[in-house]
Design a protein around this ligand. Sequence first.
Ligand code: GLN
Length: 534
Amino acid sequence: MPSTKYIFVTGGVTSSLGKGIISASLAKLLQSRGYSVTIQKLDPYINVDPGTLNPYEHGECYVTEDGAETDLDLGHYERFLNMPTSQANNITTGRIYQSVIEKERRGDYLGETVQVIPHITDEIKYRIKLLASSGHYDFIITEIGGTVGDIESLPYIEAVRQMRWEMGNRCLVVHLTLIPYLAAAGELKSKPTQHSVKMLLEQGVQPDILVCRTERHLSENLKHKIALFCNVEPTSVIESIDTDTIYNVPVLMKAENLDKVVLRKMNMPENQETDLVKWEEFLYRFKNPNDEVTIGLIGKYAELKDAYKSISESFIHAASVHQCRVKVKMIHSEEIEPGNVKDVLKGLNGILVAPGFGERGIEGKITAIQYAREEKIPFLGICLGMQCAVIEFARNVLGFKDAHSTEMNPRTSHPVIDIMEAQKKISCKGGTMRLGAYPCEVVEGTKAFDIYGIKSISERHRHRYEFNNKYLEDFKKAGMIASGINPTDCLVEIMEIPSHPWFVGVQFHPEYKSTVARPHPVFVAFVKAALDNK
Ligand code: GLN
């Protein structure tokens, strides 16, 4: 669309300053003024997507409606904006090069030497503008992953420089930096920010706005000093102070006028006043709990807080609905054994077994599920967690002692979880799982139906294995039923135990669809069950 505006968010000094949250917060403010906004993340690594990265490398892999395996920042974008993102919202260097090399092999470059400039930068610019071509957006916010000065982010900064040069003030650069507090000097220090702006300038980009991450308030004097040395207006030096929840950041950015400065610099009207009423209600309920529950989150990455990001955020959304505090206790599945399960899971009001892949920690998960089932503790199993619930039931209720998923034991005599037919001939690992949104029919009269209140739902997926329908009758007779089924291929999407207070396993990932404006019904109901179980 000819009038779409482009906002670039770069980072300097260190990683982990929260570019994703700043991008999402700015987008939220512009959205609340009536503008349509989307956010895109450009990741400088060479993997085509983060689907092949393990959580130690990159935290959670977030899945979009259209089945893209993406950076976890896209989860923040969706949770803040309550709008779906897509494959076009996350581009990596791997994907850029893949497409340029494919074009070269097809002969599209007609004998030219294919180079970083212009071919790679053109491809980057094409991917940025592609989002605008839908004509839906007033603003596209593009977050550039990594830190200015990284070798691998050079082509991205160069693409930003070219777009600025080509489009003038239809483009704006917001640079996020750190203002460290030096205890020995008793002072906030601006030098690292000056250096990182110099680094951007060396690459031909003058930032328009500086968002300064800090643990202490910036004085007006310091803002002026930063403005002078970095060649920006003093009103364009925005303080981003540490805060206890990411959901405060839109409110803090509003107080700092980030959206107003952006609009003024881009010659755009302020439109209506920012409307954060619902957002602030959500925050109020979250920060003023009347009750508390503790949920055990059992997985093999318990020490990594980013590995289950969307699950933790979904609990925050559900907590606000019930105006209660949900304490999520991370429990390492490898630490759970039949001998200690009672002690390790003591005091939990609900148990969630996380998604995952591979053998490690699997027996601990199964042991925890047996405990939740027998002790009647509310249980939610997500993806692998649901598959483990099926395995546990097969072993301990149906008496199939070696029941397993063929992912872990291809020779089991009871493959209650088996590879999907369509997956059998696939050998490449990247982007080949059953990914993205699929429909599910919910059976009336079940807990699943109580949760959703409607028959036809759609949820997002990321798996290769499924419930083996040969066992459906055995399970039903013994008290575990399929309460959600894919209408076209009969794949079991939800399993539950009607005689248990709340025992639900889902093959899909409800956590990818929970937002501030629309907390996910599965989490809302699970937290309610945990409150009832106190
Ligand atoms: N490993 C299981 C499968 O591929 C579960 C995947 C998951 O939990 N996301 O089916």
